[in-house]
Design a protein around this ligand. Structure first.
Ligand code: NIG
Ligand code: FE
Length: 424
């Protein structure tokens, strides 16, 4: 419980005002928000029972207990929402997606039911290259329209901020096309969107036997162009056996750093090859996947500014191990949760499902899950100053639940939509 209620002074503000009152419990309240939560602190979800929340000009301006409500002197243009029986919490911050894509990979889904593995499909020339073929033929407008619909869908499921990667272009023109689409989405959609350049996602067919040639292209042409056009905040590499080695990753991240591109990497999805170490050396904002992880990786992450990110939707869909969340959190590390929304390994952008999986399959406590999907997710995409907690001056990006018994019911009743309303 947090005692002090922040004073609501509506006179200071002139734009649209919203008051949410009679909130059963306001969750994730931080008067002075930390950047992220680690270890045992992840169990702590600060809350105010029987609360109010005031929003003005899209920003949180006050909150407190109904008993201490300062009242309102100016009711003009004020929308009042009665949240009796409902919880209010920060929107989900989905820090890892590939949601700009063309077509689908339903055929590969059926192939996997017949017994092929994700890796076998990729080795046959399917997988990421399949999506790259489709993207090549898809117009920028069509990519944009399809992604806008996906953004509407995830927003309705409680997501308020999302990171989107390129990586289905695999040549300069198509990678820039993807990043321009992400830029346009950010300008046209109410969600907060961050862009990541993932040219190092796979080797295109023409470089099948000349991997160094593709890495040269990334370093000498693609990265400088992305940097010059300021089309991305982050740079990602799929550091994995048969994809990009630790040495390749080192070179690519170094090239990105020259243009201020901060690393967020795909590591340890199938094999521990040193991806965590090289990412932390490059001061990565996050290391994502971690379905396999070594004690050495955990020691390296300890005390670093790098956020481990788990993607349980991917584990569910392609039947690979779940990220050992307990091992990570019990070692004192932070953890964020994200969807990995993409057509191949995780065709779902539903953070509520991710949260349920984290409880059911990864033994995370409901409070840990909510922190992993809000404050820690915001940090993992550089949005901790504006998103992830209920704090004065942060963006008014909140979920109103339906009338539920406790916050844990969000995860418990998996597959059920317990979100009543999302304010962005
Ligand atoms: O995070 N592992 C690499 N990239 C994606 C999958 C991309 C795809 O299959 O299209 C992932 O799972
Ligand atoms: Fe991914």
């Amino acid at each position: 419980m947090q005692n002090a209620s922040t004073v609501l002074n509506l006179h200071q503000y002139s734009d649209m005002k919203i008051l949410i009152k009679n909130i059963k419990s306001l969750l994730g309240v931080h008067e002075t928000p930390p950047q992220f939560l680690s270890g045992k602190d992840m169990r702590n979800l600060p809350a105010i029972d029987n609360a109010w929340l005031a929003i003005e000009n899209k920003v949180i301006v006050g909150y407190g207990e109904m008993n201490d409500w300062p009242g309102i002197s100016d009711w003009r243009d004020l929308e009042v929402i009665d949240a009796t029986g409902k919880y209010v919490l920060p929107t989900w911050c989905d820090s890892h997606t590939h949601l700009v894509y063309a077509g689908n990979r339903i055929g590969e889904f059926v192939d996997r039911i017949h017994g092929l593995s994700y890796e076998e499909i990729a080795a046959r020339g399917g997988g990421i290259l399949n999506s790259a073929d489709r993207l090549e033929k898809c117009s920028e407008d069509e990519l944009f329209e399809n992604a806008m619909k996906r953004l509407d869908d995830i927003m309705a499921m409680g997501t308020g901020a999302v990171e989107i990667k390129s990586g289905y272009g695999l040549n300069t023109e198509s990678e820039l096309k993807m990043l321009r689409v992400i830029h346009r989405l950010n300008a046209n959609h109410p969600l907060t969107i961050k862009a990541t350049f993932l040219g190092a996602h796979a080797y295109p067919r023409e470089f099948k036997d000349n991997h160094q040639g593709y890495i040269d292209l990334l370093v000498n042409e693609m990265i400088p162009e992305v940097g010059r056009q300021q089309l991305a905040s982050f740079i990602d590499v799929f550091c994995e056996k048969n994809y990009f080695s630790v040495e390749d990753t080192d070179r690519i991240l170094e090239a990105g750093a020259k243009y201020g591109l901060v690393p967020k990497t795909h590591v340890n999805q199938f094999n521990v090859i040193g991806g965590v170490d090289i990412s932390v050396k490059h001061k990565a904002l996050s290391v994502d996947h971690l379905e396999v992880i070594s004690e050495e990786d955990i020691a390296i992450l300890k005390g670093s500014p790098t956020m481990p990110v788990a993607l349980p939707g991917c584990s569910l869909f392609i039947k690979i191990p779940y990220t050992p969340a307990r091992q990570i959190i019990d070692a004192g590390l932070p953890l964020a949760l994200a969807t990995d929304f993409n057509p191949g390994s995780t065709p779902s952008g539903n953070m509520n499902l991710v949260n349920s999986l984290a409880c059911i399959q990864m033994n995370m406590l409901p409070e840990e899950v909510i922190n992993a999907s809000t404050i820690n997710g915001a940090y993992a995409m550089g949005l901790h100053r504006t998103h992830g907690t209920i704090s004065v001056d942060k963006k008014a990006s909140v979920i109103l639940t339906k009338e539920i018994h406790s916050p844990a019911e969000l995860m418990y009743s998996f597959g059920t939509n317990n979100i009543d309303r999302v304010l962005i």
